[in-house]
Design a protein around this ligand. Structure first.
Ligand code: GUN
Length: 281
């Protein structure tokens, strides 16, 4: 093992201690940050993520409300629920856990959330601001990746970042955030030809393709920083998109799964919610 582990769990814990203090300070002004999470249906992974978000809110002193809806809910009803939360003065952040059932337009749902309560950073207005580098809610997982890299004092300027995966939630925005930091960014995805030739050029390789152990040492330039955003379950065991055992002797820095990017995602959500509450003033 030559790679230094980027310990997201530890960093997240440190950040959450600070958040707790921020929440206490807000409470002296009579403000309790509030997060509403809407969970549609019974997807087990979504239930786990939502449970983790709620627990983290509770520990930080953030008021959280879980709104559970059956997967038979109509788009109209779901949009009406969002309208109600947009008007609720106790709620600073609204999060609709994705994925949602196919009969409901994900885009319509995202666009219905008031941009000033969009703590996921998924609304087109917030995405636009992120692209132009304006101050706004940043999407949580990409922001968590950036914070981890900065915490480890990994230089970004001029570095070649290769992103594997182009989802709206992770791949696209993480590339944008690193571009904003003056990195040179290459996006790759499932249809990229000769993916290995691309990944091997990366100074910083960010993998968010959703395939267990997809990246091995042969895909990585010696000394590269490797960030694994994947969360997969293989034989009941959590693993990332990067084959940890294979890459750990080739990379200079590596994020473990679990305990890497995952805990940072929730922390960034809490930060956005607290910031939204501050914006009330
Ligand atoms: N599903 C998987 N990741 C996310 C996320 O960051 N936000 C929401 N709302 N749903 C998700």
């Amino acid at each position: 093992m030559s790679a230094v582990l980027l310990n997201g769990k530890e960093l997240a814990a440190k950040k959450r201690e600070q958040l707790k203090k921020d929440v206490e300070e807000l409470s002296t002004k009579g403000i309790t940050p509030g997060l509403a999470v809407i969970l549609v249906g019974e997807d087990p992974a979504s239930k786990t993520y939502v449970g983790a978000k709620q627990k983290a809110c509770e520990q930080a002193g953030i008021h959280s409300v879980l709104i559970k809806k059956p997967d038979t809910i109509s788009e109209e009803e779901l949009l009406a629920e969002i309208d109600r939360l947009n008007k609720d003065e106790m709620i600073d952040g609204i999060l609709v856990q994705l994925p949602i059932p196919k009969h409901i337009s994900e885009q319509a749902v995202i666009e219905r959330i008031a941009p000033n309560k969009d703590v996921d950073g998924f609304h087109p207005i917030n995405i636009g601001k992120m692209m132009t580098g304006e101050d706004t809610f940043l999407p949580c997982t990409p922001h968590g990746v950036l914070v981890m890299l900065k915490e480890a004092a990994i230089e970004l300027e001029g570095k070649h970042v290769v992103v594997v995966g182009r989802s709206n939630i992770v791949g696209k925005p993480v590339g944008q955030l690193l571009l904003n930091e003056n990195a040179t960014v290459t996006y790759t995805h499932s249809r990229t030809k000769d993916l290995r030739a691309m990944t091997k050029q990366a100074d910083i390789l960010i993998v968010a393709i959703g395939k267990a152990n997809f990246i091995s040492a042969e895909d990585v330039k010696p000394g590269a920083v490797v960030v694994d955003v994947g969360i997969n379950r293989v034989d009941g065991k959590l693993c990332g998109d990067v084959d940890f055992e294979s890459v750990k002797d080739t990379a200079s820095y590596l994020t473990p799964v679990p305990g890497g990017v995952g805990p940072m995602t929730i922390t960034m959500l809490l930060e956005n919610t607290v910031q939204s509450a501050r914006n009330r003033q």
